[in-house]
Design a protein around this ligand. Sequence first.
Ligand SMILES: [Zn+2]
Length: 387
Amino acid sequence: MTTEQPTARPAPTRLWCERLVTPVGERRGVLLTLADGRVADLQPVAAPPADVERVAGWTVPGFVDTHGHGGGGHDYATLDVDEARAARAFHRAHGTTTALASLVTADLDTLVAQIGTLAPLVRTGELAGLHLEGPFLSPAKKGAHTESLLVPPTPEAVDRLLEAGDGTLGMVTIAPELPGALAAIARFVAGGVAVAVGHTDGDETDARRALDAGATVATHLFNAMRPIHHREPGPVPVLLADERVVVELIGDGFHLHRDVVAMAVDAAGLDRVALITDAMVATGMPDGGYTLGGLDVVVRHGEARLVEADGSPGSIAGSTLTMAAGFAFLVSLGLSIPGAAHLAASTPARRHGLEGRGTIEVGGAADLCVVDDAGRLQRVLQDGVWV
Ligand SMILES: [Zn+2]
């Protein structure tokens, strides 16, 4: 692992974990041996050896956030690599040991420049990939994206972004009803980029066609897509039911009612739901005025909304959620700690092909979160180093 590791931070070589969540379930009393940022050994040991650091509570895989725009006052949509690093550091301190950096809609020249800024962080492993949320979105479901910059996914635009990404793009969100969308989905997938259905005004048929063309993710299910009507189901039931899809859910209790989160988890199952933050720059910051993709946003009581022309609050504009808060939210719904770990780590890592992440096993990354019985984050270990 090449993530920067200031030598002042402690890097334990052995940890005794009271309760450990592994791919095969919960184990009590486990001695972890760590080396070179990885889990080198994992053995049942009933009581903590005298010379080994004891980790009380639950040790779960470090969280994997596949959709986030920034935090701590810092934005991934930047030409300043240190700003992107600062956003990454903010979320790492809140449990996100693996992250895709999401970029909102911008003109292609700006997006290409932003990709160029972030791509080195993907190559060093500080980011797991980039997520383009736009510009191939429906104007009718634009959310907090600038309508005048939304464009159809022409082959030229798709190839320009693939070329700029040069292997660092992890995901792109596309509204499948746009002209040329199905060909674009196939082109991105062939280029090694996962395609997410989202910001779509399409119906159930458009969603099915997108999946048949290779799409495998639903961008924040329910938000910025047609709602379910019993005679006009729209994309949600297809995305919930199809085994090829992992559905993103924003677990802040504001974007989605807790009953809807519980229903969606029941419908799709733990292996097909990814907890995401969709966090924006104001995450972890006081209420006040911010921007997202050049649009004015006001944050009140932690809820981010666009500022309309008359000054009133408009569409929801990203979240101020951390993975730590989302994890505790899932536990508050009645999910077990291992169940919540599935949604916050194992499922997004496996579905995005992030090998060695999202599980605690020999050979995998020493990325750990320690939580209490209520799912509240206590400590974070990234690449074998306490954050
Ligand atoms: Zn987003």
